[in-house]
Ligand binder design. Structure first.
Ligand SMILES: Cc1ncc(C[n+]2csc(CCOP(=O)(O)OP(=O)(O)O)c2C)c(N)n1
Ligand code: SF4
Length: 291
């Protein structure tokens, strides 16, 4: 790993011009990521940024980090593989609510229970943006879209409760209504030693509802810090997270005050014991012969 150097936000901005619709919330998200990475100061070549497929999943291409715009819903398995094989890299994964909580929803639980040391950013716009406005897993009940002409009959997934219930060590929410706050939250998430999740309410100006645009989001925003929330209290975090959809709580819901070892740490510890001869090697052979 290189020594920490001075970097500026512009050092993480690639030459590729974003093709998001003018006013899309994802512009502020990428700007916040540049700021967070500059504050951390790791050079771009020490960062791997993985996404799935969607408007939001274009994000790695707009940075100077190593990028992998992968397959719809598969950002997390790929990010985990990269982190395990190259633990020295800072690994970010990102995508939309459809990518993360619909097709890719099964992967989140396993990344969390392994406590993989990576940061997962979901740009939650309550719609499938790239494919032109279909119902997404976080769309509100009753929402009328081109795939729900008479209104959705399904209750939305609550991304905050979902990850808190699976035991994520760091859970936060941000929005373009507070760009400086969003950059600070992303920075804190990246610095957390373990799986960190940031849900970002990022308006889709083309297919999103009026209430989910900046003005509507501002009207329901509430800072967790101003509420006096204790981010070390998981149950208090779950209580607040229940208001997802009606209130927009911004800040850190939960930060494990005593972070558990990551999966990578445990693998390296076991390898060290094996190489010291502290564990019987026959058991490894047994494993291969039986499988
Ligand atoms: C396996 C697979 N299924 C479906 C699609 C089509 N598809 C591409 S993006 C997308 C959803 C995009 O919504 P979201 O993930 O919420 O991201 P957004 O575009 O809103 O940022 C879908 C269904 C695909 N590319 N691959
Ligand atoms: S369709 Fe929506 S999510 Fe996609 S770029 Fe446009 S505003 Fe952003």
């Amino acid at each position: 790993m290189s020594a920490t150097c001075e970097f500026q936000a512009k050092d993480y901005r690639s030459d590729l011009k974003p093709i998001w619709c003018p006013g899309c919330g994802d512009f502020s998200v990428v700007a916040s990521i540049y700021r967070a990475l500059a504050a951390i100061g790791r050079p771009p070549h020490e960062i791997a940024f993985v996404s799935g497929i969607g408007c939001s999943s274009r994000i790695p291409g707009y940075t100077t980090a190593y990028g992998f715009n992968s397959v719809h819903g598969r950002a997390l398995p790929i990010a985990q593989g990269i982190k395990l094989s190259s633990p020295e890299l800072l690994v970010l994964a990102a995508g939309g609510d459809g990518d993360g909580f619909s097709i890719g929803g099964g992967h989140i639980a396993h990344a969390i229970r392994r406590n993989m040391d990576l940061t997962y950013i979901v740009m939650d716009n309550q719609i499938y943006g790239l494919t032109k406005g279909q119902l997404s897993p976080t769309s509100q009940k009753g929402r009328i879209t081109c795939t729900s002409h008479y209104g959705s009959l399904e209750a939305p997934v609550n991304p905050l409760l979902y990850v808190l219930a699976y035991g994520a060590g760091f859970v936060a929410q941000a929005s373009p209504t507070d760009i400086a706050g969003m950059a600070a939250i992303i920075e804190e998430a990246i610095r957390y030693p373990g799986f960190a999740f940031v849900n970002i309410q990022s308006p889709c100006v083309t297919y999103g509802e009026e209430a989910q645009q900046i003005k509507g989001l501002k009207a329901i925003s509430e800072s967790l810090a101003a509420l006096g929330h204790d981010s070390a209290d998981r149950l208090a975090a779950m209580d607040l997270a229940q208001h997802y959809g009606s209130k927009l709580h911004l800040g850190v819901f939960y930060r494990d005050p005593d972070p558990a070892p990551t999966y990578g740490d445990l693998v390296r510890d076991r390898q060290a014991l094996l190489s010291q001869g502290a564990l019987p090697k026959e058991r490894i052979l047994d494993l291969f012969i039986k499988s």
